[in-house]
Design a protein around this ligand. Structure first.
Ligand code: COA
Length: 174
């Protein structure tokens, strides 16, 4: 059966900008903000952007790149910007950048960059088609091409890992 053609949506239509204050309960043993707290916020912002694009529930299928470039301190306000970079048939890659601001001085520093892949799912939990992404600027076009290459690499890696896993799980016939 042929699929219904979905209207393309632009990057700006699903962009999410999320700011929050980081408190002592978010600290690690060193007194800085725990990396896991930032990862959770990154996944939330990325998931929201994907949901706004698809207007369907989404699940995270891959987080294969996240950098921690600068520490974030308790008392900082962080701002996460999540933008779609790529859509496949049912998958979406989202770029999430994070900056930390000292609200007393106003000094701002980029702290993290992550790429995550989400898949839209239907009521049965099966992958569901998403609107194609329309890219409007040369930067968005470049990001789309780079994301497409990353997605090809992810699929190859996933297939390699599955093949290896299957061999590991296979009964030893020796
Ligand atoms: C997401 C899920 C439904 C996909 O199921 P699946 O059987 O792999 O489905 P498909 O093979 O049809 O893949 C669906 C899409 O995901 C992409 N995909 C699957 N595994 C991927 C991976 N490791 N990395 C990147 N993309 C991946 C496929 O390329 C495909 O994209 P496309 O439709 O745009 O071409 C399934 O893997 C799942 O339920 N995972 C658990 C998700 C979860 O619980 N997340 C954490 C909580 S939110």
């Amino acid at each position: 059966m042929s699929e219904k053609k979905l209207t393309p949506k632009c990057v700006s239509e699903s962009r999410v900008v999320l700011s929050t204050l980081l408190n002592p309960e978010h600290a690690n043993a060193l007194g800085n903000v725990h990396g896991g707290v930032v990862m959770k916020l990154v996944d939330e912002a990325g998931g929201l952007a994907a949901m706004r694009h698809a207007r369907q529930p989404v699940v995270t299928v891959a987080i294969d790149s996240m950098t921690f470039d600068e520490p974030i301190y308790v008392g900082n306000m962080i701002t996460l910007t999540a933008e779609l970079t790529y859509t496949g048939r049912t998958s979406m890659e989202v770029r999430v950048s994070v900056t930390a601001e000292d609200p007393l001085t106003g000094s701002t520093v980029p702290t993290n960059l992550a790429y995550l892949v989400y898949v839209a799912i239907d009521r049965q939990g099966r992958p569901s088609p998403v609107p194609p992404l329309c890219v409007e600027t040369p930067e968005e076009e470049l990001r789309f091409r780079q994301a497409q290459e990353r997605q090809i690499e992810r699929k190859k890696r996933h297939q390699r890992e599955q093949a290896l896993g299957e061999r590991r799980d296979a009964p030893d016939k020796g």
